[in-house]
Design a protein around this ligand. Structure first.
Ligand code: HEM
Length: 126
């Protein structure tokens, strides 16, 4: 198995990841009912985001934490949901890639998820 090397690889990864999220009723409703994402628009944004994070390309300018605070204001993004999200992400990485970047992207996802959860808790306590 090879490592993540380019944006085509990231597209494969996010595509496989979202197949898992959307097939899991315990989290899919966030993407189909709370926010009705359009996959064909959403996946390229995810590729740009991860490309910036992992491959060092630029191009992602949105406020990712704020976007998730807004989602959580509609439907609370609980620690359970974050666990489910992370487990599908790890599985999508491990089933398709192996190497330094594959490890790096999982660590990054966990760091970002941790920061998001802290912000979500802070927002709840306001
Ligand atoms: C419980 C966990 C999570 C859920 C349910 C979730 C759900 C969502 C939803 C519904 C959107 C679309 C928002 C919109 O277009 O208004 C979104 C966007 C996004 N999410 Fe998450 N998310 C979660 C965690 C994460 C984490 C941990 C990361 C990164 C490590 C992440 C990365 C992204 C990115 C890059 C976008 C695109 C934002 C943009 O349009 O600029 N998400 N997420």
């Amino acid at each position: 198995m090879r490592d993540i090397q380019n944006q085509d690889d990231l597209y494969v990864l996010v595509d496989e990841f979202y197949k898992k999220l959307l097939a899991d009723a315990s989290i899919s409703y966030i993407f189909t009912e709370v926010v009705k994402i359009k996959l064909e628009e959403h996946l390229p944004i995810l590729v740009t985001f991860w490309s910036q994070a992992i491959l060092g390309t630029g191009g992602y300018f949105n406020n990712l934490t704020q976007i998730h605070l807004d989602v959580s204001a509609k439907e609370y993004l609980s620690p359970e949901l974050f666990n489910i999200w992370l487990n599908h992400f790890y599985a999508a990485v491990d089933e398709n890639f192996k190497g330094e970047k594959a490890e790096q992207i999982k660590t990054q996802a966990l760091s970002i998820a941790t920061i998001m959860q802290i912000k979500i808790i802070q927002e709840k306590d306001k």
